[in-house]
Design a protein around this ligand. Structure first.
Ligand code: FDA
Length: 318
């Protein structure tokens, strides 16, 4: 996909006007269901159970981001409590300290109030603390998603603080950011869980690599740091070249298969997820659900021309 089209789609992902238009299109729901596992807790838990039966782990994201409304941020925390309680009733909920937990939720701090004008950082930290406490009691993990680069310092500071109470709290790092190799070195200590992805936002050249080859090279350097580190690397990519290189990196670091995991998004490369799991690897599927699918969906369109073509064909009725 041309860099221009990708930038345009990522700009569209942040337009409230386009969101209103696209979410009203009658075909949107059908196309979106390829990437989003429904709108209700029951629907996403049912999808999670299917994936767990196939030998994969799961991480569930209640969709929403960039809220500037405290009530909405509180409602998101409540939604996570309901979700965590439902997941905690599954037999895979794991309360053994130190064990790899098959069940996880992923959270975006901007959905928890991080963008509130005065005290966003503190509000998001308190809300994330509440979610972590509920997850701990239910035998689940939490990982904090990475959003655009203006939030990275605040997000990593919150994760550092919360890890005092919840040492298993995971965080996402984006290989396209120039700072990330250094962040990997700083964060790959004992018990850390780092989900390494390429990065999905439209970032300026000043802070991010924009050339695909440079992003891939950065990913491999970061992966090398994480594999050699003392934590639990989570290799979040669908890219065959990255997955092959990751296998070599963890082998070189003499990691056993329970000392790292592969992660992919729901609806993308399902057969590859199953192949990796059948080989004995830990594979976790990131499953988004909820009504606020627009931003997530537009980022998936921006990643791959075939997804955009599929959406446009559905719009044209063919
Ligand atoms: P790349 O984009 O190079 O794709 C390689 C191949 O994978 C493609 O050729 C295609 O076969 C397949 N593929 C990739 N994307 C596809 C798509 N949308 N539809 C169909 N096929 C596709 N980003 C972020 O900024 N913050 C975050 O918190 C997260 N969290 C996260 C969690 C997990 C578990 C994953 C897997 C990814 C994220 N991401 C993310 C998204 C990530 O940054 C990146 O945008 C996508 O994973 C696409 O990059 P790939 O590494 O898959 O490679």
């Amino acid at each position: 996909m041309s860099a221009l089209l990708r930038s345009a789609l990522l700009a569209a992902a942040r337009s409230a006007q386009l969101e209103r238009a696209v979410t009203r299109l009658p075909v949107s729901r059908d196309v979106v269901s390829r990437f989003v596992a429904g709108t209700t807790t029951d629907q996403v838990v049912s999808t999670a159970e299917t994936l767990l039966r196939s030998g994969r782990f799961i991480s569930i994201d209640y969709l929403g981001e960039d809220t500037t409304d405290l009530t909405q941020a509180q409602a998101t925390v409540e939604q996570y409590r309901v979700l965590i309680a439902a997941l905690g009733r599954l037999p895979q909920a794991e309360t053994t300290s130190g064990a790899v937990r098959p069940l996880e939720v992923s959270v975006k701090l901007s959905a928890l109030g991080q963008a509130l004008p005065r005290d966003g950082h503190a509000v998001a930290r308190e809300h994330a603390h509440q979610i972590c406490a509920a997850a701990e009691a239910a035998g689940l993990w939490v990982t904090v998603d990475a959003e655009d680069h203006t939030t990275t310092d605040s997000t990593l500071a919150i994760v550092r603080e919360l890890r005092a109470d919840f040492p298993w709290l995971g965080t996402v790092l984006q290989a396209y950011l120039r700072r990330t190799e250094e962040d990997c070195r700083a964060l790959a200590g004992p018990q850390s869980r780092i989900r390494l992805c390429k990065g999905a936002y439209d970032e300026p050249e000043s802070v991010a690599f924009r050339d695909r080859a440079e992003v891939d090279a950065s990913y491999l350097r970061c992966l090398g740091v994480l594999a050699a580190g003392q934590g639990y690397p989570m290799i979040a990519s669908h890219d065959p070249a990255i997955i092959a290189a990751a296998g070599a990196a963890v082998a070189a670091a003499r990691r056993k298969c329970e000392e790292y995991e592969y992660q992919m998004l729901y609806g993308i490369r399902d057969d590859e997820q199953q192949r990796l799991a059948a080989e004995g690897n830990h594979v976790r599927v990131y499953i988004p659900y909820g009504d606020q699918w627009y931003g997530y969906f537009m980022r998936r369109l921006a990643e791959r021309p075939a997804n955009l073509a599929f959406f446009l064909r559905a719009l044209a009725g063919g």
